[in-house]
Each structure stands twice: as structure tokens, then as C-alpha cells.
Design a protein around this ligand. Structure first.
Ligand SMILES: N[C@@H](CCOP(=O)(O)O)C(=O)O
Length: 431
């Protein structure tokens, strides 16, 4: 399987090179040359396949010969070694809980798959030493830190916006030590992401300290996110209604992977991109103008992204045709007040506790389902409510139970370096 750069189709790479480089030399995102359809029989049998078997069938053509079958299956088994339950919330609404992994957020899947793939390439001597540079608005940082902790030959450097992630998210990415370093940036997530992209194209850095990305711009972080939809379909296929998924969207990697799964034949009828106040895509679908803006801070901070990297991949899947996009994708945006109200109302009505990101997803779904009786809707619960304990507890007026994995980091002291601009990042990386 080859990938091409979305900036210049002549720039090609196989899976290994796309993962090790992260971004094409022309700053473009890699995209698969072929999106193959899975056979009908796969969807008929999906209920009897294990999680690893489902994931293997979904991803094998995107990995190609670069990782042998046995090793790929081992990586997948480790990646998916927790539950992905679809939980009924209302009559025609379910929650797909993606927070049962080690850092309690959906990012664990991509981070573990990428760590497994890079670990294999280091072991085979295909790369000597690599630094994974990653920008986070909340959840990616912790998942990447956890996924890559202690992986031989790989250093991790995480940039995060100072004061704009939750206390637990910050602990997850600043307390591990070993091969993981956290840089606290005076700025927003978009500035962190821009610095990271600039560093990849900096020859001086790349020569002295080769870098790759562990954001969803990297195909090894992006593609495994399609597993959520296959695993959800196993649990939803007998609903007898059309399926719609509402995805809380920030950098658009997750929803883009879902749309890819649909292209591969997964019977999903429609997607909803649910935005917080950072609503560049909602506005685009409304007025046809794509106008990225600086992000604003919200209570669903992992979605505080003003210029979503993966939207260009979404457009590519829809052949850059606005009509195609509108047919398969709707988008709505909600402010913090509406998000809090939704957390409160759903909790009072059903006893189900949503986190602020899931609540934005729930609201988007509700909006879509208003005049559509023939759908079953699923919103993605992308993080455990405990990660936003202060907000959630004040809204539901109840304590959220703290899982043991979180309890163990609460007393740990954060270790970070502060940086303000690209030169400081460069100095840090070259030290
Ligand atoms: N929502 C993210 C921001 C980066 O997104 P990614 O999927 O491209 O890593 C976060 O929580 O950090």
C-alpha cells in the first residue's frame, strides 16, 4: 500500500516511511492511494470475529508488507486490550464508550498502535533513534506518553497549551518521566500544532534529531481510529434502523477514520461532526466558506482546535465536492452552557454521566434526529467524565468515582519546561 501527499500526489511513501516521517516533505498529510472495499461476507460474519480479527481485516491493506501478519496481529491484540461498549442511553440513542483504555480517552488506540508499529521498525533496525513530537489540547498527550513509555529508541516530546488542559490531563502527560518530556507552551493548541509542523520541516533539527509526529496527521495514529466504528457496528447491526454516528470533533482525525470505514463498506448512513465554539466546519457546511480561526477555550478542551488538520483528508474522501460532503456529513456547534445543560438533563433523566465532549456529541445527535425517526444514533464518549471532574461534579451535583489509574497519579508532581516560541522549541530539541 502506498500513500501520497495531499499537497503533491507525486510524493509517495509506503506505510513504514509514512509513519516514520509523519508528514510528507511538502508538509502535506499522507493519504492512502486506494481505499479497498471489504467483502460482504466480512460484515455478515463480523459478530463472530474477535476484536483483533476485525481490526486486522480492516487495517491489513494499509500496512502492506511492512509488518508481518503475526506481529501485526500481536500489535492489534495489545492495542485493543480493553472494552468498547455501546451503552443504551435513550430509546434511539446509544453512547459508544471509548474511555476504557489506560488513559481513559479514545486516543489510547491510535497511540498504542503507533507505538507498536514504530517499536517494530526500531527492533528491525529500520530506524535507529527517533523523537516523537506531539501537540495536545488535552487527551493525545497522555495517551502518547502512556503508549510510548519505555519504548526502546524512541523519545517523546509533548507540547501543550499552558492552563488550557484539565488537571488530570496535565498529570497524565507531565508525571511519567523516563523517555517522555512535557513542554508547557504560552499559547493555544493551534500554536503548539504549528510549531510541531514547522519542526518537521526544519532540516537542521531533522539531521541532528530525526522527528515524527504522533498526532493524527500520522497515518499510524489516524487509521486505527476506524476500529471504533467496526467494533460498534458489531453491537448495533441488529437495530433494524439506519445508523448515524455523532463524533465530538476537534482535529477531525476520529470522524475522518469513521468516514473511511464507511467508504470501505461499513453500513453507516450518516455522520455528524459535533463542534464546541471552535466551529470552523459547522460554519463551512452552513455557508461554504472555510475560515480557520484561532481557537477559543471551552470546557470540552480537547476539541479546542481552530484549524483542524484532518479536514483535508475528509475533503479528499468526498473528492473535494461540497455536494458529496453535505450528503453524508452534518455539523452543529454548541456553547458551554448548552453542554452543561445536556450533562445535567441526561443525568437527571437517565442516570448516565456524560463528559463535556460526549455531551457535545449527544447534542449534535439530538439535533440530527429531531425530524428523523428511522435512525438509531450513537454518540462517541471520547473521554471518561473523571478527566473533567470539576465541571462534571459541579453540574450533576454528585461525586464522580475516581478510577484507580487516576488515583495513582493525583499526588505526583508535574515536571515541565516552559517555552514561548519556535526558537525555544528548537533549542530544546537540539540540546
Ligand atoms: N484533540 C486532541 C488534539 C490533537 O488531536 P490529534 O488527534 O490530532 O492528536 C488532544 O486531545 O490533544
Amino acid at each position: 500500500m502506498n500513500y501520497f501527499s495531499l499537497n503533491n500526489r507525486e510524493h509517495k511513501a509506503n506505510f513504514e516511511h509514512a509513519v516514520v516521517r509523519g508528514l510528507a516533505p511538502d508538509k502535506g498529510l499522507y493519504f492512502p492511494e486506494k481505499i479497498g472495499k471489504l467483502p460482504k461476507s466480512f460484515f455478515e460474519q463480523i459478530g463472530s470475529l474477535s476484536k483483533t480479527e476485525v481490526a486486522f481485516e480492516a487495517i491489513k491493506n494499509y500496512v502492506g508488507e511492512e509488518i508481518p501478519e503475526k506481529r501485526l496481529k500481536d500489535i492489534l491484540a495489545h492495542t485493543l486490550d480493553f472494552d468498547f461498549p455501546v451503552v443504551p442511553v435513550e430509546e434511539n440513542i446509544s453512547s459508544l464508550e471509548l474511555f476504557h483504555g489506560p488513559t481513559l480517552a479514545f486516543k489510547d488506540v491510535g497511540a498504542r498502535f503507533m507505538a507498536g508499529s514504530l517499536g517494530y521498525f526500531v527492533e528491525k533496525g529500520k530506524i535507529e533513534k527517533l523523537t516523537v513530537l506531539v501537540a495536545t489540547s488535552g487527551d493525545t498527550g497522555g495517551a502518547v506518553a502512556n503508549g510510548f513509555l519505555g519504548v526502546e529508541g524512541i523519545d517523546v516530546v509533548i507540547l501543550y497549551p499552558k492552563g488550557k488542559v484539565s488537571e488530570i490531563q496535565e498529570k497524565q502527560l507531565t508525571t511519567l518521566g523516563q523517555n517522555v518530556t512535557a513542554l508547557e507552551v504560552n499559547g493555544a493548541f493551534d500554536e503548539c500544532q504549528d510549531m510541531v509542523k514547522r519542526a518537521f520541516l526544519d532540516d537542521e533539527i531533522q539531521q541532528k534529531r530525526p522527528l515524527t509526529s504522533a498526532n493524527s496527521i500520522n497515518v499510524a495514529r489516524w487509521l486505527p481510529q476506524m476500529f471504533y466504528y467496526f467494533l460498534a457496528y458489531r453491537q448495533l447491526k441488529d437495530k433494524g434502523r439506519k445508523l448515524v454516528f455523532s463524533v465530538p470533533s476537534g482535529n477531525f482525525g476520529n470522524i475522518c477514520a469513521g468516514i473511511l470505514a464507511k467508504e470501505m463498506g461499513l453500513p453507516i448512513d450518516h455522520f455528524v461532526a459535533s463542534n464546541n465554539a471552535n466551529n470552523v466546519v459547522t460554519r463551512y457546511l452552513t455557508n461554504g466558506n472555510y475560515e480557520p480561526r484561532n481557537s477559543v477555550q471551552t470546557i470540552s478542551n480537547a476539541m479546542d482546535v481552530g484549524n483542524p488538520s484532518n479536514f483535508v483528508r475528509v475533503l479528499e474522501i468526498f473528492e473535494n465536492k461540497f455536494g458529496n460532503l453535505k450528503k453524508h456529513l452534518s455539523s452543529y456547534s454548541f456553547d458551554d452552557l448548552a453542554t452543561k445543560m445536556a450533562i445535567k438533563e441526561v443525568h437527571q433523566k437517565t442516570g448516565y454521566t456524560m463528559d463535556p465532549h460526549g455531551a457535545v456529541g449527544y447534542l449534535g445527535l439530538q439535533e440530527f434526529l429531531k425530524h428523523r425517526q428511522d435512525y438509531h444514533g450513537t454518540f462517541l464518549e471520547t473521554a471518561h467524565p473523571v478527566k473533567f471532574m470539576e465541571t462534571v461534579e459541579s453540574v450533576i451535583e454528585q461525586k464522580v468515582q475516581i478510577p484507580a489509574v487516576i488515583d495513582s497519579i493525583l499526588d505526583k508532581k508535574k515536571k515541565t519546561h516552559q517555552i514561548s516560541d519556535y526558537d525555544e522549541l528548537k533549542n530544546h530539541l537540539l540540546q
